[in-house]
Design a protein around this ligand. Structure first.
Ligand SMILES: C[S@@+](CC[C@H](N)C(=O)[O-])C[C@H]1O[C@@H](n2cnc3c(N)ncnc32)[C@H](O)[C@@H]1O
Length: 449
């Protein structure tokens, strides 16, 4: 075996990286350059040191692919925004344990970790009351240093909305510097995934576009590391073209329209393979909850005032716009309601509740076709949105398409299966899961007559 083959075997053993396959003929030249012509000595140096040492780090800088950007592949971020993180946040508030633990494993230059920090910042208006541990690690120390520095060029922002840069970054020599309040949220470290010691602590692990470069035998160790690092119910987010390769049965696989996410089952979920989308809920925050309380107790003007106060402090807060649209819609102030939905959907086009409410407004305006389209959009964003499925079923029934109506009502029923009977099916309805189920059963009865 040649020295360069020995080196590529050693790299695989130490880091999992399959550089032989990835770099092929170029590897020889790269290694020759790094070894300054003495491959034997270079091999000896690599053998004698660990992956944090300089010879390894020059190698990692040359051989790891560090491509990344803010909010890369938006689908998982949208799913986290609604409904995954709001559900976790709600549960934590309920148990008065305001804590979230997230890991960006293979974080490269930090864009993914900062995207997560920004998402959490946007979802948690009372962030200061929370303990957020956002760990971001990478084997490549050079990339980690860039991440810590937090200065990015335009290209890193190619998938972000207008205004994102100025909201979260300040102009700096060489690019844009992440603002300190976001930077503080992330703790970067240089570490090899193969040396990490698992401890079940994370609610979310992002390990995206890392296993792509790892030799198959070693992906098993990393998948196990991640599984063992998640708390029961915790989520693994992989890259768009990646999937779990080993022991798939131990994960709950959630296939969404544009992304597949993996969840470590809760103990009682083990051996129940069919996965359902989590029921959407809206991020909780003290004022928002006060507004909900007022609304549910028929004090909608008070709710409206509280919500407007939230928007004054947090312009663009989508759940608040949605709830205001709901209140205004129920007072037939249709154009104001539409405007709030525009604002909500401008900040995130995947908000199923906003599309659903839009459908109710269109229906009131006598625009059945537009209403159906909006319901389809709602169900595209959240396939098990109970209210959208119920209403779309009703619309199909109204045009005599009973086959489609039945199928859609059936999926509405599926959406609430497993919910405690007294739970509201949505913040946008006072129907409980039991009431909803009875109603849909009634509709299905009509269809079967
Ligand atoms: C293409 S980047 C992915 C960045 C980000 N996760 C994303 O998807 O945008 C892959 C990163 O994985 C890191 N990596 C590869 N093998 C690793 C290992 N054994 N331990 C830790 N990081 C590793 C590389 O250094 C590189 O920065």
């Amino acid at each position: 075996m040649s020295n360069s083959t020995h080196i590529s075997t050693l790299i695989k053993e130490r880091t999992g990286l399959d550089v032989g396959t990835q770099f092929r003929a170029d590897l020889e030249t790269i290694l020759h350059d790094l070894a300054k012509g003495d491959l034997e000595q270079y091999l000896a140096d690599l053998r004698a040191t660990n992956e944090n040492a300089p010879p390894w780090q020059t190698l990692m800088r040359a051989l790891t692919i560090s491509e990344t950007y803010f909010f890369r592949d938006s689908a998982p971020f949208q799913l986290l925004r609604q409904p995954i993180l709001p559900n976790i946040i709600l549960e934590r508030r309920h148990h008065k344990r305001l804590e979230l633990n997230v890991w960006s494993a293979g974080c490269s230059t930090g864009e993914e970790a900062y995207s997560l920090a920004i998402l959490l910042y946007e979802l948690l208006p009372d962030l200061d009351s929370w303990t957020i541990r956002l760990k971001a690690s990478d084997i490549n120390n050079h990339a980690v240093q860039i991440a810590r520095q937090g200065i990015y060029r335009e290209w890193a922002f190619r998938h972000t909305n207008n205004g994102f840069q100025t909201r979260y970054f300040d102009p700096a020599p060489g690019g844009w510097q992440i603002k300190p309040h976001i930077q503080r949220m992330v703790s970067f470290s240089q570490n090899n995934l193969l040396n990490e010691v698992p401890r079940p602590q994370f609610d979310l692990v992002f390990c995206r576009n890392v296993l792509l470069y790892i030799a198959n035998d070693f992906t098993k160790a990393i998948e196990t590391l991640i599984f063992d690092s998640l708390i029961p119910g915790g989520w693994l987010i992989m890259g768009q073209s990646e999937a779990i390769r080993w022991q798939r049965e131990r994960w709950t696989t959630h296939v969404f329209a544009d992304a597949t996410l993996y969840q470590k089952p809760l103990p009682h979920q083990i051996m129940t393979p069919p996965s359902r989308y989590p029921i959407a809920s809206i991020p909780a925050m003290p004022d928002y909850e006060l507004a909900l309380d007022a609304l549910y107790n028929e004090r909608s003007s008070e709710a409206e005032q509280i919500l407007k106060g939230i928007l004054a402090e947090k312009p663009g807060h989508a759940p608040t716009h949605i709830l205001l649209a709901y209140i205004l819609g129920s007072r037939h102030a249709l154009s104001s309601a539409h405007r709030h939905l525009d604002d909500a959907l401008n900040s995130d086009g995947m908000l199923a509740d906003a599309h659903y409410l839009r459908a109710t407004l269109f229906l009131e305006e006598g625009k059945d076709v537009e209403s159906r389209e909006a319901l389809r959009a709602a169900l595209y964003c959240q396939r098990d949105h109970p209210l959208a499925a119920l209403m779309l079923g009703n619309l199909y029934a109204s045009i005599g398409d009973m086959a489609k109506a039945s199928r859609t009502w059936e999926s509405a029923r599926q959406a609430v299966i497993g919910l405690p009977p007294e739970t509201r099916v949505s913040v946008l309805s006072d129907m409980t899961a039991a009431g909803f189920d009875a109603l849909v059963k009634g509709q299905l009865g009509i269809a079967n007559k």
